[in-house]
Design a protein around this ligand. Structure first.
Ligand code: ATP
Ligand code: MG
Length: 270
């Protein structure tokens, strides 16, 4: 996707097809917790959508339902990807913890999803090396996870998600544990990859600043029960860069979304 294409999508989102829809989705666990209540959400091809909300408002639950890792107790989650691809290649999932195999090399960790699909090491070699190069780790293929920093481990986890060339990428607070400089760098790297490959991204974060910097749209969630409080486009052009963080437009957007989050957290609908 070129930068101009992604900007065009934001200007006229209705022309872009919906590829994932949550229709009246509720999730009630056996212990009585209603993690999500009547959530309606449409995700369009190529969007970068952040789910923002207080701890416990159902963000991770929403991601798991989108991924099909769990079934909702009411409502439906529908995928309508225009060019159907093999199931495993439809989706990449980056969990909050890098969850790497500590005994295996970086190469083997990234190879894992292909290996599980029966792709041999030799056949996976080019794809794994390319994924490592994309995240800036091509010289660390033989390292073990304990030889890497937190940011590098997260890059391995991202490489493992994108080695299958996913159509949709789900990221659950991938940068939460990182220092600010590393986090900003990974924000830029992720945006660069998104613009290059045209993924649809659903990104969970607690950070208003991160959500606004990255996203074409921010969905603010409220808790108890988990629900969508506000759904706001972020009308800032791509490509975005560090300079944006100092601009009045960015600050203004962050203010609006902070207000929406505060209102959602206080239990009132905006
Ligand atoms: N397997 C489960 N069984 C029972 N309750 C659960 C289960 N998974 C999540 N919950 C509850 O559902 C609610 C939403 O949880 P979820 O993990 O989706 O929140 P979250 O928004 O991702 O929070 P955080 O920002 O802390 O990661 C919480 O109240 C949580 O305790
Ligand atoms: Mg969570």
């Amino acid at each position: 996707m070129s930068a101009s294409t992604s900007s065009a999508k934001i200007q006229d989102p209705n022309e872009v097809p919906v590829i994932i829809s949550l229709d009246g989705v509720s999730m009630r666990f056996d212990n009585g917790t209603t993690a999500l209540d009547h959530v309606h959400l449409e995700l369009r091809e190529g969007e970068f959508v952040s789910l923002l909300g207080a701890s416990g408002c159902g963000k991770s639950t929403a991601l798991r339902l989108i991924a099909g890792l769990e079934e909702p107790t009411a409502g439906t989650v529908k995928w309508q990807v225009p060019e159907p691809r093999e199931k495993g290649h439809l989706l990449g999932y980056v969990f909050q913890e890098p969850t790497l195999m500590p005994w295996a090399s970086v190469f083997s960790n990234v190879w894992l999803p292909l290996r599980l699909k029966g792709v041999s090491k030799v056949d996976a070699e080019d794809d794994v090396r390319e994924a490592l190069e994309l995240v800036g780790l091509k010289d660390h293929a033989d390292s073990k996870p304990n030889e890497l920093s937190g940011g590098m481990k997260m890059r391995v986890s991202i490489a493992r998600a994108l080695v299958t060339r996913p159509h949709v990428l789900l990221l659950d607070e991938p940068f939460a544990a990182l220092d600010e400089i590393t986090r900003a760098k990974l924000n830029d790297d992720l945006l660069g990859l998104w613009e290059r490959f045209g993924w649809t991204i659903v990104f969970v974060t607690h950070s208003v600043f991160e959500a606004v910097y990255l996203s074409s749209r921010v969905v603010v969630m409220a808790a108890s029960p988990g629900r969508v409080a506000t759904d706001l486009p972020v009308e800032l052009p791509y490509p975005r860069s560090e300079k944006l963080r100092l601009s009045p437009d960015y600050t203004h957007r962050c203010g609006l979304i902070s207000d929406a989050l505060r209102t959602a957290m206080s239990g009132n609908q905006p």
